[in-house]
Each structure stands twice: as structure tokens, then as C-alpha cells.
Design a binder for this molecule. Structure first.
Ligand code: PLP
Length: 394
């Protein structure tokens, strides 16, 4: 199955190929187009590869209501990182017992609301956060279900901005903190219920040596803690499975998924635990494209710029991480041009592609940026007071 392909020179999207030309008639500015069938397909693939593992979709990747509803209907839970995401999840098919709450900066109000709703689990990222949760639970006369997010200090060979499991990162808690965490949990056993351990090492993970190392570090920790806390029965392996943005090789991605699942299931086999995962990108990245219109072709003595009406304000990943997204002309053209594809924003970092060969386009033609279903619209902003992009669901 290909997500993007030319059929009779017309660019088509999704498993039952939709010609993207059809969205140009009503075009009112850059638009994200999502294909729900491909999201359901990916969810099915992951659920089959990880039998018995509960999937909590990391909604920061794409929080469009229909994407959330499709995943809730498919059986997913949801991993959230703010009160806003909790609200959006509840509005779109997730019950509180399907919500896991991560994030290093939970405010008092957010914790209170989460406890009030009785969400499944708060993934705790620091000692003061655990302290704060216990104080709030005491005030509310309830018991907070918590998981300790541990930082095993391993390298998963990804971009430094999306690595989260190294000692330099703000995420999770170092293993040396465990005695203090245990003490706090025991002292406040009427208000804190240790339900799980969690980790999330980062995003766009393409090989699993670091992942395996981290799991192996945490297996004895889990078993040890279980002796003190018999209610401890969740092991959350985080998200982070990567996709091939450059080759869009879906077969290789399935192999990657199988290798990931095999590692996790094998290493965690000795545990008496319910396993959980928090994928974002792998489920939704390929399911979105960004349709944009060419404004100008600007040629200098040095290079050619294709200036479009969308920029880093709509898709931050190239500017933020130097991330690769393929760029497609809506109409295939045998004639090619080597160009920088850039946006209207007043920053030199506002680009989608550099020195890239694409089908020849002219002013007013449309182009498509591929694989923007994850961390696309969810990171969009109104810098330069540009409008936010639109969103359409197929
Ligand atoms: C705690 C947590 N879980 C899961 C994810 C999802 O990661 P990915 O989209 O790479 O699967 C993230 C992403 O930042 C995260 O911070």
C-alpha cells in the first residue's frame, strides 16, 4: 500500500487513492488533509504486533477530533500532557480510565482536575511532582494512581531535541532517586497508589539497542518494587517508534515494528505486569499531507526558491529539527527543477526543503508536503500573524 502516488500524473493520497486535486477548488489557504483509513490500518498493525499490550495514543502528535475518535473506536487509550489534552480526549471518545497523563510541568489545577476525573494514571516526572500530587490527593481525600517515569540514561541515536532518556534531559527520574521515591510513597500510602513504572526514551527511534538496554535496566527495578508495592502491575514502555520519512518504505516500517515488539515482549516476559505503550508518530505520520499553493518562483544567480503560502508557522519540523519531508507537485511533470521550497515567514529558517529536485511547478500551482500527520498541525502557530492552516479529514 502506498500513501502517496501519481495515478495518470495526478497525485493521489490514501489507501483508496483520493486525487488531491479535488481539494483545490475550495482552497482558501494551506490545508492539512488526513486519511482516517490509514490511521485505523496502522493501529491494527500495531495491536497485532503487540498482543496483550495496551496502546495509549500520544495525542500530542495529532489531536484532531476525528483522529481521536477513530483511535478511541479502534480501542486505544490516550497519553496526554496537559489539561487541554485531557479535555480534548474526553470530548472525543476517551473515558477517564483510558487516560494516562505524562509531562514534567503539571500544574496544581491540572493535577486536581485529573484526580477529580479519576484518570487511569499520572506518570510522575520528579520528586517535587510526586510530593505535590500527594498533597493534592490528601486535600481531596483520594488516592492518586501514579506511575514513576524513570530516566535510564540511555542513548537511542536520535535528534538531540527529541531524545528524552538521557541524564541531560528534563524528563523522567534517575534511578538513584528510587530510595527517596519509595520513602515518599510509603509515607503517603493513603494518598498515593504506585501502579506502574514508565519510560519514554525519545522519538524517531530506528534501532533498538538503547531501548533494549533501558528495558533490561528496569526489569529488576520493577520486580524489586513489586515486593514493597504489590499493587504495582503496569509497565509502560513509552512511544518513539520511528518512520522512514525519506523513503516512505512501509514494508520496512512494519519490519521495524516487528523488531521493536520482539525486543520488548522478550525482555519483559519475566514480568508479572500489564504492558502499555504510548505511540504517536508511528500511528499517524503518514496519514497527513499539507496542501499549499505556490506564490512565486524566485530565481537568483545562485539558486531558485519556490515560495509557497505555508511555512514554519504551519509545519515546524524542518526548521526545528532539520526534519525531512518529501515535496510533491500536484501534477507530475517529466521536467524537473532543483529548488529550495520556502514559506512566507520572516526567518531564514523558514524552509521545507533545500536543493531538492521536484517536478516543475509555476506560480499558482499546488504542492504537497508529505508525512505531516504527526507533529504537524499540533505544533502550528500564528507567528507573523499568519492564519492557522485548515484541516480536512477524508
Ligand atoms: C511521554 C511521551 N510518550 C509518547 C510520546 C510519543 O512519541 P512518538 O510520537 O515518537 O511515538 C511522546 C512524544 O514526545 C512522549 O513525550
Amino acid at each position: 500500500m502506498a500513501y502517496l502516488q501519481y495515478i495518470d500524473q495526478r497525485l493521489c493520497f490514501g489507501p483508496s487513492p483520493t486525487p488531491l486535486q479535488k481539494f483545490t477548488a475550495s482552497y482558501q489557504g494551506p490545508v492539512y488533509i488526513y486519511d482516517l483509513a490509514s490511521i485505523r490500518h496502522r493501529y491494527g498493525q500495531m495491536a497485532r504486533a503487540l498482543p496483550g499490550v495496551d496502546i495509549y495514543y500520544a495525542m500530542k502528535a495529532n489531536s484532531h477530533p476525528e483522529v481521536l475518535r477513530a483511535l478511541a473506536q479502534a480501542g486505544a487509550g490516550v497519553d496526554v500532557v496537559s489539561g487541554g489534552e485531557i479535555k480534548r480526549a474526553l470530548e472525543n471518545g476517551f473515558s477517564p480510565d483510558k487516560i494516562v497523563y505524562s509531562g514534567v510541568g503539571k500544574t496544581r489545577q491540572e493535577i486536581q482536575a485529573a484526580l477529580d476525573l479519576r484518570i487511569a494514571q499520572l506518570n510522575v516526572e520528579s520528586l517535587p511532582e510526586l510530593q505535590r500530587i500527594s498533597e493534592i490527593a490528601r486535600e481531596m481525600a483520594c488516592k492518586a494512581p501514579v506511575a514513576l517515569r524513570l530516566n535510564p540514561d540511555v542513548d537511542i541515536q536520535t535528534h538531540p531535541y527529541i531524545a528524552t532518556g538521557l541524564k541531560d534531559n528534563k524528563f523522567g527520574m534517575e534511578l538513584a532517586l528510587l530510595p527517596e521515591l519509595v520513602e515518599l510513597l510509603q509515607k503517603n500510602q493513603n494518598f498515593l497508589e504506585l501502579k506502574g513504572l514508565s519510560l519514554h526514551l525519545g522519538s524517531q527511534m530506528m534501532e533498538f539497542a538503547g531501548f533494549a538496554e533501558a528495558l533490561k535496566k528496569l526489569v529488576p527495578v520493577f520486580q524489586d518494587l513489586q515486593k514493597t508495592f504489590p499493587g504495582l502491575d503496569v509497565f509502560d514502555i513509552g512511544g518513539g517508534l520511528g518512520v522512514f520519512y525519506e523513503t516512505q518504505d512501509l514494508k520496512k516500517e512494519e519490519e521495524l515494528l516487528q523488531a521493536y515488539a520482539a525486543q520488548a515482549l522478550e525482555i519483559l516476559k519475566p514480568l508479572q505486569a500489564r504492558l502499555q505503550t504510548e505511540p504517536g508518530r508511528w500511528l499517524v505520520a503518514h496519514s497527513g499531507v499539507l496542501l499549499s499553493q505556490v506564490q512565486y518562483i524566485k530565481t537568483t544567480t545562485h539558486k531558485t526558491f519556490v515560495i509557497i503560502d505555508s511555512g514554519m508557522n504551519h509545519l515546524l519540523r524542518p526548521s526545528l529539527y532539520g526534519a525531512f519531508h518529501s515535496v510533491w507537485a500536484l501534477k507530475e511533470n517529466a521536467e524537473k527543477m532543483k529548488v529550495d521550497v520556502v514559506g512566507p515567514i520572516c526567518e531564514s529558517g523558514d524552509f521545507f526543503a533545500k536543493e531538492r529536485e521536484i517536478s516543475r511547478v509555476h506560480a499558482d500551482d499546488f504542492i504537497v508536503i508529505a508525512d505531516v500527520g504527526a507533529y504537524g498541525y499540533s505544533m502550528a502557530n500564528r507567528y507573523n500573524l499568519q492564519d492557522l492552516p485548515q484541516e480536512i479529514v477524508i
